[in-house]
Ligand binder design. Structure first.
Ligand SMILES: CC(=O)SCCNC(=O)CCNC(=O)[C@H](O)C(C)(C)COP(=O)(O)OP(=O)(O)OC[C@H]1O[C@@H](n2cnc3c(N)ncnc32)[C@H](O)[C@@H]1OP(=O)(O)O
Ligand SMILES: CC(C)C(=O)C(=O)O
Ligand SMILES: [Mg+2]
Length: 510
């Protein structure tokens, strides 16, 4: 019989540890909901003690997610575990995930603890977590560089303490597939009480082996695989969810294993993540890359025309890719637009479709062809109606050897406000002008610009991070004009800071 493999998604925790992939609360909730639609078994929502923002994200995700278990990471320290428990209180299926490093290198140089002390911390952590939540996962960080005898001992003791899932991470992506296979097999054969827990693996991609190592672990009897959408994660990333899940689905004959995932939600999840983080997927990336289902060479195209199975081992439809050749542009109507929205996996009300269609038409006037990514960014864009400030227009003079000059008009309710500023380039000048209009000092912490669609008339997406008061806020802006995208992102972040400011004032008055 085929074995059911549980998919533990850590996009919102280990994935977020990827440089440039920080997400704010709203973004994490949207992403968590999509992971639930994808039917992942467990969503690791964050590391509750890491920051007030992480705590809020875990708490809110625990509240809204019903169909997937929700996990929060904790060191073996009581304060971490307590924080995870507090954040997970409202979850239907909460899981505390606690970990400690087990390799000599980590114990000696990082933890500065003896192996005995590490076992003691691990057992104490698991016992403490069990006082609050029954589902407790324990991870032996850097397991693949740990001494096996020590691993058997700590795993046996934490299972006795109540751990229900034992995770064997390849934290630094050091293992080879055969080593991973043998490690899982050896743990199964040498830990006497292992039958009381599930075995999980968590493979990093430093040598490009994250997915291969995860699949070999499945062959050796692992019950759970930890992975992230688009393979984002610390350093070179984690094993990619879409590759593992589609490998299992496409080669059921070989792995004799299945997952419960709705694979037709994969593409939507991947594009959503790209649109949130601004981190693009390489075109030749397996499953979700732009070229993954494109056929270029004549001999291939000929084969495809005769029978798709000649060059396709899985159908694009099975991962939710819209293969329709219908090109959307300024002559497209509402029917075609609605059809594309549905095929991209969105359920919108008539009013929402009307609003998105209006924006689509404006965009289609500027672009030759409107791609799926354009439509996703229109739909995902925040509702502009309740924004405090909106960009009306701008006039920029950009010069090589003198400061640029920006004149910006911003609307606040019925009032139109204007400011002129000089700066080091058009973006800097624009931000200064907006700051003058808003009348507040704003510290710009981060600014990135990406092209999110194809062609000369591609959509540019700007993301900014600002500091206002004691909080930081992210803002996004999308336009075919990169300066416009940048100004919109800056104003978006300011609007978010204003909303938050109001919430605080309300709390103070109550
Ligand atoms: C492999 C992984 O992905 S592990 C998860 C990585 N994720 C993160 O680190 C999330 C973000 N981290 C943070 O916000 C911070 O590091 C915090 C809040 C967790 C801790 O911050 P700080 O208290 O300032 O400690 P800092 O990060 O500098 O050092 C880590 C401390 O935890 C200890 N530690 C590390 N792992 C563990 C563990 N699993 N169990 C117990 N203690 C641990 C270290 O020995 C060190 O202790 P020390 O302060 O007594 O020297
Ligand atoms: C916390 C653990 C599971 C981890 O992320 C790792 O070891 O890579
Ligand atoms: Mg990791």
């Amino acid at each position: 019989m085929e074995k059911m493999i549980r998919i533990f998604d850590t996009t919102l925790r280990d994935g977020e540890q990827s440089p440039g992939c920080s997400m704010n609360l709203e973004e994490k909730i949207v992403m968590a909901k999509q992971l639930e639609a994808l039917k992942v078994d467990i969503i690791e929502a964050g590391f509750a003690i890491a920051s007030p923002g992480d705590f809020r994200s875990v708490k809110e995700i625990a509240r809204v997610i019903k169909d997937s278990a929700v996990a929060s990471l904790s060191r073996t320290l009581e304060k971490d575990i307590w924080s995870s428990y507090e954040a997970l209180k409202d979850a239907v299926s909460p899981r505390i995930h606690t970990f400690i490093a087990t390799s000599d290198i980590h114990m000696k140089y990082k933890l500065k603890q003896t192996p005995d002390e590490v076992v003691e911390s691990a057992v104490a952590g698991v016992k403490y977590a069990k006082r609050f939540i029954s589902d407790v996962e324990f991870s032996c960080e850097d397991a693949t560089r740990s001494r096996k005898e020590f691993l058997y001992r700590i795993i046996r003791d934490v299972i006795d303490a109540g751990a229900t899932v034992i995770n064997i991470p390849d934290t630094v992506g050091y293992a080879t597939p055969f080593e991973m296979f043998n490690l899982v097999k050896d743990v199964r054969e040498n830990v006497p009480n292992i039958h009381k827990a599930q075995i999980s693996v968590h493979c990093h991609n430093d040598l490009g082996l994250g997915v291969a190592n995860s699949l070999y672990a499945v062959l050796a009897g692992a019950d759970q695989v930890e992975c992230t959408m688009n393979g984002i994660g610390e350093r070179a990333g984690n094993a990619s969810l879409e590759e593992i899940v589609m490998a299992l689905a496409t080669r059921r004959d070989y792995y004799n294993a299945i997952t419960r995932l709705d694979t037709t939600q994969i593409m939507k999840a991947s594009k959503l993540l790209t649109s949130i983080t601004g981190v693009a997927v390489q075109p030749n990336k397996a499953i979700v890359g732009a070229n993954a289902f494109s056929h270029e060479a004549g001999i291939h195209q000929h084969g495809m025309l005769e029978n798709r199975s000649t060059y396709e081992i899985m159908t694009p439809e099975s991962v939710g890719l819209n293969v329709s050749k219908m090109v959307l542009g300024k002559h497209s109507g509402r029917h075609a637009f609605k059809d594309r929205i549905v095929s991209l996996g969105y359920e919108l009300s008539d009013e929402e479709i009307d609003a998105a269609f209006k924006e689509f038409k404006i965009l289609a006037d500027k672009k030759k062809q409107v791609f799926d990514e354009d439509i996703v960014s229109i739909i995902e864009r925040d509702d502009q109606n309740d924004q405090e400030f909106t960009l009306e227009k701008f006039d920029i003079v950009s010069r090589k050897d003198r400061p640029s000059e920006a004149t910006i008009w911003v609307r606040k309710q019925n009032e139109s406000m204007e400011a002129v500023e000089n700066g080091d380039g058009p973006v800097d000048a624009s931000f200064k002008a907006v700051e003058k209009i808003v009348g507040k000092e704003i510290e710009l912490l981060d600014y990135t610009l990406h092209s999110i669609t194809e062609g000369q008339d591609a959509m540019g997406k700007a993301t900014v991070k600002i500091k206002s008061g004691e909080y930081t806020y992210n803002g996004k802006g999308v336009s075919t004009d990169v300066v416009e995208a940048s100004i919109k992102a800056f104003i978006d972040a300011i609007n978010r800071s204003m909303k938050n400011g109001k919430k605080h004032e309300e709390r103070m008055t109550i």
